[in-house]
Ligand binder design. Structure first.
Ligand code: FAD
Ligand code: DLZ
Ligand code: SF4
Length: 512
């Protein structure tokens, strides 16, 4: 009798996949919790709990739909703790006559499964994950021959191709006359409207947490196992999405870049985990936002800004990943080598912005985009931290972090370690930007206005020193003209003092 084994990875929980349309008695699905996958980087406890719990929910739902499932738990005595070794055993045990898997999103697993298949004597096949708008190489085809890949170019193509927020005319034109309302998305948050309440369903997953610990999987961060708050199945994910669209999306645009000590998510959607493990499809998210605009429930600037993140950034980032792997993770355009200060793992620093962003990440396995880019990422780049170490930190700490999306965001957009393939300039700032977009500086031990002296905000001297020491690489970038004009105008004595302050700051990174 023929039997096909089909592998489902921890981030392939896509209940709408065509695999599951009919119940086929000659198919068995396999899912596995393995130490190799939980340990290739030090993960936040909530990330491991979230993936295992969502996998278990998904396996149960398949069984309820009549499918045959073999599920290897982390404490199963037969578990080999490596995907390929488990597969080999399961193929032999089930006398499988064929093996199939969905295209993995990570290069490492793509390679592992391809090489596994080459060693098999049964037919093996990779199928589409049916999740993304784009093929892996779609952005590469669009940008062929271009050194710099402009997200905006890609995004407009996507709007046209998928007919999103378009006027119904022969020549595609954006609704409202503008493609991009980014200029309207940069307000600080005055504390009103209030941050929406956290209405996510809370689970008690203490027993999964016990399993993980007993299996010796190392982790960090607050497990929050008995109040676990991230959505674990499609129903919960849809609930998070629908509440966002109804209550929060109208304010998303205005406060997209805002940060505050009084709120950890502000007006962000919290759907990235559900999207990245494929409990939600990007098209249903985009269409839900578009419908809210047409129903008059949310302004165009908010809806466009939100859709741009998913139809634009998310798909574009995936294209950057596949075009640059393997090897992208080792790029280091500035040759930065500093290890991460120990307080990256505890949040115990006197810099209020960093303390706040890191502590909330340890607490929730989440920080929103501007915290990741303009606080922790900004500091890491200014301080010359190793981009590879920074990448591993981001990959471990965030609940939504999978290499295909985390790596280009961290190494490319945030650390400029690829020399500017996707960012048009390094995303760095002095205290002025952080102060404009947040209330962090008000309660800080450091003075946002000072560049030198023991009370000076570390961001300030590091900022000017960063551009000074990298002038050869960056000076010709026309987006940095103003920065270099200001540097040239600077009094040489002041510049010397800034260089000294920066060197002193770097020498006492651990104590900042
Ligand atoms: P919202 O702000 O509500 O945005 C809605 C959705 O848009 C997100 O869920 C996400 O799917 C998508 N999105 C927004 N920005 C981006 C982006 N730059 N790239 C890809 N998708 C985007 N996002 C991840 O999903 N995984 C990561 O590992 C990740 N690492 C990042 C690392 C750095 C250094 C930076 C600067 C950004 C990173 N991002 C990552 C992008 C972004 O910060 C998160 O998608 C977002 O914070 C998730 O929260 P949310 O669902 O509330 O997003
Ligand atoms: C991230 C992760 C973790 C922690 N554990 C598992 C696991 O036990 N089993 C599994 O199939 N997948 C896991 N994952 C997700 C994968 O490691 C990998 O990150 C994604 O499949 C890449 O797209
Ligand atoms: Fe951060 Fe500097 Fe502001 Fe303190 S003063 S919160 S270190 S930017």
């Amino acid at each position: 009798m023929s039997l096909t084994l089909r592998l489902i990875l921890g981030d392939q929980l896509h209940s709408g996949h065509s695999w599951f349309e009919t119940v086929d008695p000659s198919v068995r699905y396999v899912m596995m919790e393995v130490r190799d996958e939980a340990s290739y980087v030090l993960h936040h406890a909530q990330k491991i709990i979230g993936i295992f719990a969502a996998m278990r929910h998904f396996a149960d739902s398949l069984v309820r739909r009549g499918h045959a499932v073999t599920y290897l738990k982390i404490d199963d005595p037969n578990n080999q703790h490596a995907i390929d070794n488990n597969l080999a055993l399961l193929i032999a045990k089930n006398k499988a006559t064929a093996f199939e898997y969905q295209a993995p999103d990570e290069w490492r697993l793509d390679k592992l499964l391809k090489s596994f298949c080459q060693q098999q004597s049964i037919p093996c096949q990779m199928v589409d994950s049916e999740h993304f708008y784009t093929a892996r190489d779609e952005a590469a085809v669009l940008f062929e021959g271009r050194k710099q890949w402009l997200m905006e170019t890609f995004y407009r193509q996507m709007r046209i191709k998928h007919r999103v927020l378009l006027q119904e005319e022969k020549v595609p034109k954006p609704i409202g006359g503008k493609w991009n309302y980014d200029q309207d998305n940069r307000k600080a948050w005055p504390g009103d409207p209030p941050e929406p309440a956290d209405t996510r369903t809370k689970h008690n997953h203490s027993s999964i947490w016990d399993d993980i610990q007993r299996a010796g999987v190392k982790s960090f961060g607050n497990p929050n196992a008995n109040q676990f708050a991230w959505p674990l199945d499609r129903e919960e994910a849809l609930d998070v999405l629908n509440r966002f669209i109804t209550h929060t999306l109208p304010h998303f645009g205005d406060y997209q870049d805002a940060m505050s000590t009084k709120g950890w998510r502000l007006f962000h959607s919290l759907i990235s985990f559900a999207l990245n493990v494929k409990m939600l499809h990007p098209d249903e998210v985009v269409r839900a936002a578009e419908s809210a605009y047409h129903a008059g429930a949310a302004p165009l600037s908010a809806v466009e800004g939100f859709i741009r993140q998913i139809l634009g950034w998310r798909e574009y980032i995936r294209g950057v990943y596949w075009a640059n792997m393997p090897g992208y993770d080792n790029l280091n355009a500035f040759g930065h080598q500093h290890p991460l200060p120990a307080w990256f793992w505890t949040g115990e620093t006197q810099m209020n912005c960093m303390r706040h962003a890191i502590k909330q990440s340890l607490e929730h396995a989440y920080a929103h985009h501007i915290q990741r880019l303009m606080v922790t990422g900004n500091f890491a780049l200014l301080a010359g931290l190793s981009p590879h170490a920074v990448h591993k930190w981001y990959l471990g700490i965030y609940i939504d972090a999978f290499e295909w999306v985390e790596l280009p965001n961290t190494l490319g957009m945030s650390q400029y370690a690829d020399g500017g393939r996707l960012a048009t300039k390094p995303y760095v700032s002095s205290a002025a930007y952080i102060d404009r977009m947040s209330d962090y500086c008000k309660g800080c031990r450091y003075d946002k206005k000072l560049k030198t002296g023991s009370k000076a905000c570390p961001f300030n001297a590091l900022y000017w020193d960063f551009f000074d020491r990298n002038a050869e690489q960056l000076k010709s970038n026309h987006r940095l003209g103003m920065v270099y004009r200001n540097l040239e105008k600077m009094d040489p004595e002041q510049l010397d003092a800034i260089r000294q302050q920066s060197a002193d700051t770097l020498a006492r990174l651990e104590k900042l």
